[in-house]
Design a protein around this ligand. Sequence first.
Ligand code: GLU
Length: 398
Amino acid sequence: MSRDDWKRERNAALAQARLIVVKVGSAVLTGSCGLDVAVLGDLAAQLAALRTAEGGQRHIVLVSSGAVAAGRAELLKGGRSVETTGLAARQAAAAVGQGQLMRTWDTVFRQHGIPTAQVLLTRDDLRARQRFLNARNTFAELLQWGVLPIVNENDTVSVSELKFGDNDCLASLLVNLTGADVFINLTSAPGVLDADPLKHADARIMECIDDVASLDLAQLCGGKTSVGTGGMYSKLLAARRAAQIGVPTFILPGREPQVLLRAFIHASAVQKAGEPFTGGTWVRPARHAIPRRKFWLAYQSEPSGAVLVDAGAARALLNQGGSLLPGGVCGVEGTFQRGALLRVLHEGQALGVGLTNYSAAELKKIMGLKRHEVAAILGDAHYPEVIHRDNLLLHAAV
Ligand code: GLU
């Protein structure tokens, strides 16, 4: 794809976007003294303008970090020495900071006549289909009222298995939940660099990522892949998820003056006049979007184990659109029940994730066996597949 093609595609996507998920990281919103009110004020002014810019009617869902950082700064005020690093302390700091974060957002949006709503979510809230649909209806109602939803993870009650991991992940799930057209990720970095800047002084910003699914994220991020610490890895993982459902991501430097307005308004202007916009990283959507149901099953919970498959099964899954059968399983990791989400691995390489028809204990009894051998152990009323292809997402971004 030529440079002009992707720029044209980007400008058209921005100009036509009607529902945008905007995620802002703590490093953009806070400084050493806690929340940077001027930055929040500036972003609110831009988002307010964006809602109606160029005669458009855009809806915005804002995912805002910063509760923990704001809480910590508050607790340390006046020379108090408070330990805020452990999990419980982090959760408690979030409880202190979330109110402050919301109050500040509400004040700055009110200056533009925009009412806000606080939405705090845990992963568990979206795992059950019914609750997922309830949340979707609430967002639809808020947006229809002209209210701007401001979302954060419900840190105070999120313990490891309930956690989204980080707000990049939460935002990518909201892109699916709300049916957004574009995902904007505002970060403290200038964009995605093509190499680790600590090792390569000549690292350059990648203006466009054509096929995010084929990027080696671990290598690109210098091995810094731990989710929950933010960083580019989790941003690219989130972008990969959005790309899978056909939604582009724009990773932009959130502290750059007027960055949102420049990106969007120039996009519209370019459609008319031809002015360029440079900066940030545009992540193109996948050509073939996956069904939303697959997205939901793959990402609403953390995998609770893994199934190891042989070369024949790997080929059948990757090249022939097949399901995983007991005969292709050569190992099981973890303890899980029927219906659990599992990673599918071949020789240490992740092929995807899927829902298992068998518990870990059952799988250990039947792995490597043919259908009639499985029937001899489990009786006739068993599933032919360990993971049906309809419940399998290949190349999952987990
Ligand atoms: N929920 C956390 C906070 O508000 C931030 C998590 C993240 O930045 O990924 O501080």
